[in-house]
Design a binder for this molecule. Structure first.
Ligand code: MN
Length: 526
């Protein structure tokens, strides 16, 4: 671990070049429609973020639900290096709930906010500017009772009156805020305008040099990364971002993009982060798998085609010298070129090493289960790649609870007769079986599951992807089910597409069983 990854000071001189990475994948990212995560998945992501050198992890919004509260609590217990942050609106109850959730964090931060734009104050808050100003002072003061590490945000800052923005920021600093975040909540600003806002605050607000200024940019116009970097150029030293840029609507600034832009263009942006860039691709895969949000092929840094050279002229140039068309290497962001990693004869020790190299931290029992699956896979598939192991381990994690377990499945498909599925499930320890027909094998299979475990959940997504190339590749299936406005993602991987489909559906049902006991989180912005 480099010294940049050590616990960061709460405030530092903004003339220095260290940029803090504040990841909000677990809070803003989870607010993406359809991206809700289980606690286990959140912990898995938090561990990855901590290991990759993220400075601050925003773990959730504790007042929203008991599930959110517990997730923040568990993340706070788990994380070793990063500061753990909880979001709270300006009210006392919200802040108390955030403070409670963070009680055991080694470096807690409370992030509180209130809207300051005319349109938000008038229609959302129904408050006068003077009352908002008083709320700023009282909320920051209250948060300081829990920790001296308090972040404050004027929601919709980029559409806030400039004089009023200076006044609220000054008030928050006076009340004890140590980080001031300037959210472009609606993704409306441009790099030049955002640069001017940060510059104005640095010129006009007393004691602004005593706090860290932060960017929080949304991508509605595709400018989130550019705006964040413009903020840094103007003196901001914290970037709020998410893996794969997930988040409300068009999402947030993508962590991997801001980090690599600073990394590759040191010549004109002499700022740096503490991120281990080799973990960017594994982190992207993990978040994509957990949310079942595919990463677009041409996505910068982590897309499947980001380092692919198709045209003859480019390939020729690459063969002569890779710098002809490559501004960074795939290895620098953790993309290994289809590395053939393991085979039939690899032992458990090598397997454990490999999964930890891929960024996973598994318990002994999880390693044992995953290793059994790996041996089984190695019997059926000649070459096993990193991606196979990632799919397999993700599948282990995706099981959710295990009220429902797949015992056996056989499916008949083809042109000659109706497609049939014969399925045996164990539900709360009791085995039962059924044979169903359907309009195609998947339909027959899902009908069989529904017969053995009746439910009202609606199938919203069924997606099959090949983990690697070749006809013996594992199929990775994602299934999204929704029930009473709650949605869950189940995943399954197997060389047999039907078995992977059954696993995915059952994993979603297992999660739904857990989720039934929870409330849905409020919708939040900031
Ligand atoms: Mn946001």
């Amino acid at each position: 671990m480099t010294q940049d990854n050590k616990q960061t000071p709460i405030s530092q001189n903004t003339d220095e070049g260290r940029v803090f990475i504040f990841d909000t994948t677990l809070r803003d990212g989870e607010q993406s429609p359809g991206a809700s995560m289980t606690m286990e998945e959140k912990l898995q992501i938090a561990e990855m973020l901590d290991a990759m050198g993220v400075d601050i992890i925003e773990a959730g919004f504790p007042i929203a639900s008991n599930g959110d509260f517990e997730s923040v609590q568990q993340v706070a217990l788990l994380v070793k290096n990063a500061q753990v942050c909880a979001l709270a609106r300006a009210g006392k109850k919200d802040i108390d709930r955030a403070g409670d959730a963070l009680r055991k964090a080694h470096a807690p931060r409370i992030h509180t906010f209130i809207s300051t734009s005319p349109v938000h104050m008038k229609y959302k808050l129904k408050m006068e500017a003077q009352d908002v100003l008083e709320m700023v002072a009282s909320s920051v003061t209250h948060a300081r009772h829990y920790t001296d590490n308090v972040e404050w945000s004027p929601e919709d800052a980029t559409r806030t009156d400039k004089d009023f923005l200076c006044a609220v920021v000054e008030t928050a600093i006076k009340a004890g805020a140590t980080t001031i975040n300037i959210p472009d909540t609606v993704g409306y600003t441009t790099p030049q305008e955002y640069h001017q806002i940060i510059t104005m605050l640095r010129e006009r607000v007393p004691n602004i040099d005593k706090v860290i200024l932060a960017t929080h940019c949304h991508n509605d116009l595709g400018l989130a990364v550019a705006n964040s970097l413009a903020g840094v150029a103007a003196g901001a030293r914290q970037i709020e971002c998410t893996i794969n840029g997930i988040g409300e609507r068009a999402g947030n600034a993508a962590l991997e993009e801001v980090v690599m832009a600073l990394n590759v263009r040191q010549d004109i942006m002499p700022q740096w982060t503490g991120i281990k860039t080799q973990m960017l691709a594994p982190a992207s895969k993990l978040v994509s798998a957990v949310t079942a949000f595919p990463v677009q092929y041409n996505k910068a840094i982590v897309g499947q085609n980001a380092f692919a050279h198709e045209s003859g002229i480019h390939q020729d140039g690459m063969l002569k010298h890779n710098q002809t068309y490559e501004i960074m290497t795939p290895e620098s962001v953790g993309i290994s070129k289809s590395s053939l990693v393991m085979g039939k004869h690899s032992g458990r020790h090598a397997f454990r090493e490999k999964i930890s190299e891929l960024g996973y931290r598994l318990g002994d029992n999880q390693v044992k289960d995953a290793f059994v699956r790996f041996k089984d896979l190695a019997d059926r598939k000649k070459h096993i790649f990193d991606d196979d192991i990632i799919a397999l381990v993700d599948d282990e994690f995706a099981k959710g609870g295990d009220s429902i377990r797949l015992v056996s499945l056989s499916v008949v498909s083809g042109t000659e007769e109706a497609q049939r599925a014969h399925l045996v499930l164990e539900i709360d320890g009791v085995q039962s079986e059924v044979e169903s027909i359907g309009d195609g094998p998947v339909d027959a299979l899902f009908t069989a599951i529904k017969t053995l475990f009746p439910h009202e959940a609606v199938l919203q997504l069924y997606k099959v992807a090949a983990v690697t190339q070749g006809t013996d590749a594992q199929a990775e299936v994602s299934v999204r089910l929704s029930e009473n406005g709650k949605s869950v993602i189940g995943r399954g991987a197997d060389t047999d597409t039907m078995v992977a489909s059954a696993r995915a559906y059952i994993s979603a049902l297992n999660k739904l069983v857990i989720k039934r006991q929870r409330q849905a989180p409020d919708s939040m912005s900031a």
